[in-house]
Design a protein around this ligand. Structure first.
Ligand code: ADP
Length: 195
């Protein structure tokens, strides 16, 4: 089973790496950022509520996100594994996810923390040029990341579920290391199931 939570700051390359891993492992890539951007584009109620927060680099309120995750993890394709990219992003979301997984009888094998220094992130995001990749918005996203999302590293680290991955190296190298991390996590899970 492949169930992965992918943590890391904006611009670390989670989206790119997640896509490759999910194609390989044949599990859905659940990106809250992608879901929200699609909702904005389609001008749904969710999209209209989320848009202002996103363009300011703020987190969208939990009440818009939590139900969406509950529904998405309940879909058929998520029964055989998933990768979460961009969720959880604060302690409340992590607690919600914990309770949800317990409720639906699932566990996450590994939490991967993709690490890239801030100055490199700013350079990458400015080069990417998505509509929320303007310098002041980028700085706000990074500040919010450090304040709200980075504490999850300690939270999952304390549960010994966390593996760090250096995102400041060539893409192919990051992919190879990510594959190995997931493979090792599956092996150790299979062993603990046997024991
Ligand atoms: P990045 O990795 O560049 O921050 P994402 O695609 O993950 O980009 O997210 C883009 C925006 O969508 C965020 O800045 C935030 O406004 C919103 N968003 C995504 N996921 C969440 C979440 N779990 N909780 C709250 N807001 C979110």
């Amino acid at each position: 089973m492949t169930r992965v939570i992918f943590l890391g700051p904006p611009g670390a390359g989670k989206g790119t790496q997640a896509k490759l891993l999910c194609e390989d492992a044949k599990v859905p890539h659940i990106s809250t950022g992608d879901i929200l951007r699609a909702a904005v584009k389609a001008k749904t109620e969710l999209g209209q509520k989320a848009e202002g927060y996103m363009s300011a680099g703020e987190l969208v309120p939990d009440e818009l996100i939590l139900g969406l995750i509950r529904e998405r993890l309940g879909e058929e394709d998520a029964a055989n594994g998933w990768l979460l990219d961009g969720f959880p992003r604060n302690v409340e979301q992590a607690q919600f996810l914990n309770e949800l997984l317990e409720e639906i009888g699932q566990t996450c094998e590994v939490v991967v923390n993709l690490e890239v220094p801030d100055d490199e992130l700013v350079t990458r995001l400015l080069a990417r040029g998505r509509s929320d990749d303007k310098e002041d918005v980028i700085r706000n996203r990074l500040a919010i990341y450090h304040e709200q999302t980075a504490p999850l590293i300690e939270l999952y680290g304390g549960r010994k579920q966390l593996v760090s991955l250096n995102g400041n190296q060539e893409m192919a190298q990051v992919s190879a290391e990510l594959q190995k991390i997931v493979k090792d996590a599956k092996t150790s899970q299979a062993e603990s199931n046997k024991a």
